[in-house]
Design a protein around this ligand. Structure first.
Ligand code: 5AD
Ligand code: SF4
Length: 440
């Protein structure tokens, strides 16, 4: 009988891609994925530590598996990802029924750990960063998914050290993959039926900057866009300080580059931006936005914002509100500042009370939701082009695709349309998705 594993993934797309890798690696050693932990011989959590809430969730989830372990002591329980990287052995000390801990640079060694655990060698922890060469040799991150859209990692890690952020501490320094490997991977994916790729990295805009003789990100985007058969291209995440004019020009020139960009601003006040070590001013950011809108008038932007950074005053917060109103984001992901041990900001004095922070958070949310709704409602009645991704959860004969703005639209249509670009008239706009009718 095949052995079974259950995997839960938290956090960003990096973790999603790492989880695809985990599925593939475990398949190689005879494990099959199941939807219920109760049926599994191996239970894994791929974790996120970007905010305290995400981290606490991990411990909460592990607690859920304790009764399973009590009933079946042979069950193997493992934790990977950013919390694993950060906590390492400490997690084993704190959670007596945990068997394996594997950090962000050690996903490739999971099969080895699992086999050891099968043989009775438990309570193993593997963390710490690999050198650049070893990391680059671990690509491409093969997976056998049968999907229309895919993420392709172009760089890993981060050198920016925003003062609030744990990522550089748990994912290591920036490395960029050779561009010829990335192009070859995109070509192979397209040959296999993929129609849209999202180039992925913690800060894709600094792609290639540290590698001698490598092309820059704008050049990479052009090369990927030119891969024959690729209907659409996106990239994430962009750091505003590294978004070049050359890259902005791509939005005007490349037909298959989607008119959507995630451009985290984090705060609207220059003093806070500086304390965050973001490397740009409010004015720089607004100028970049103006350039983007000029190059591509229909572009829709999304952002990340942190509310309640240590010492943020009411006036400084009001500058964030003002910037949000000014830019007109289609979506914004808003977060309450969360103190992360090991980051620079953790040492800053923070006198603002939790209640005030919460009120600010709600004010921002209200403003943003109003803005988002205005923008998305304006699509009602419009005919938009979708890349059809698959059958929708709504039922038989229902498909779903995405607009250039990455908005999900559900509509009725035959499954032969999967993988194709089709025109759909928008008939209903919900909070997070739309309903449409195929235009023949
Ligand atoms: N507290 C709150 N939000 C954070 N983010 C990163 N670190 C923190 C933190 N310590 C947010 C940023 C980032 C997004 C992925 O998470 O807005 O862009
Ligand atoms: Fe974190 Fe800043 Fe790097 Fe983004 S750019 S991962 S926020 S340190």
């Amino acid at each position: 009988m095949k052995k079974c594993f259950y995997l839960e993934t938290f956090g960003c797309q990096m973790n999603v891609v790492d989880s695809e890798r985990i599925v593939s690696l475990l398949g190689d050693i005879g494990y099959q994925q199941v939807d219920e932990a109760e049926q599994a011989d191996l239970v894994l959590l791929n974790t996120c530590s970007v905010r305290d809430k995400a981290e606490r969730k991990v411990y909460g989830h592990l607690g859920r598996f304790k009764p399973l372990k009590d009933a079946r002591p042979e069950l193997i329980i493992g934790v990977g990802g950013c919390v694993a990287e950060q906590e390492g052995q400490k997690m084993l000390d704190e959670v007596p029924y945990l068997d394996l801990v594997f950090g962000t640079h050690n996903v490739h060694r999971l099969p080895e750990l699992v086999q050891q655990a099968e043989e009775g060698n438990r309570r193993l922890s593997l963390t710490g960063f690999l050198d650049r060469e070893t990391r680059l040799n671990l690509f491409p991150q093969r997976s056998e998914l049968d999907t229309v859209t895919r993420f392709v990692t172009v760089m890993q890690g981060c050198d920016n050290f925003c003062t609030y952020c744990i990522v550089p501490h748990v994912r290591g320094r920036e490395v960029s993959r050779p561009s010829h490997e990335i192009i070859a991977e995109v070509e192979a994916l397209v040959a296999q039926g993929v129609r849209e790729v999202t180039l992925l990295g913690q800060n894709v805009n600094s792609y290639g900057n540290k590698e001698e003789g490598e092309i820059n990100f704008a050049q990479l985007v052009r090369k990927v866009a030119a891969v024959e058969g690729l209907s659409r291209l996106r990239f994430t995440t962009s750091h505003p300080k590294d978004l070049s004019d050359e890259l902005i020009a791509c939005f005007a020139e490349l037909e298959n580059l989607c008119h959507q960009l995630h451009l985290p601003v984090q705060a609207g006040s220059n003093r806070i931006l500086q304390l965050m070590n973001r490397g740009y001013t409010r004015e720089d950011y607004l100028q970049t936005v103006a350039k983007l809108k000029k190059a591509c008038p229909e572009i829709r932007l999304s952002t990340d914002i942190i509310v309640g950074f240590p010492g943020e005053t009411e006036e400084e917060f009001a500058q964030t509100l003002d910037l949000v109103a000014d830019v007109g984001y289609a979506d914004a992901f808003t977060f309450l500042y969360s103190r992360r041990t090991g980051t620079e900001a953790a040492a800053l004095e923070d006198k603002t009370g939790a209640r005030i922070k919460q009120q600010r958070f709600e004010r921002l949310l209200e403003l943003q939701q109003e803005r988002s709704q205005q923008i998305w409602q304006s699509d009602l009645g419009a005919t938009l082009t979708l890349l059809v991704e698959g059958e929708s959860k709504q039922g038989k004969g229902q498909l779903f695709g995405r607009t250039t703005w990455n908005r999900i639209v559900n509509f009725a249509g035959p499954s032969e349309l999967i993988g194709q670009l089709v025109d759909v008239k928008i008939t209903k706009v919900f909070r997070n998705s739309n309903l449409g009718e195929l235009v023949s």
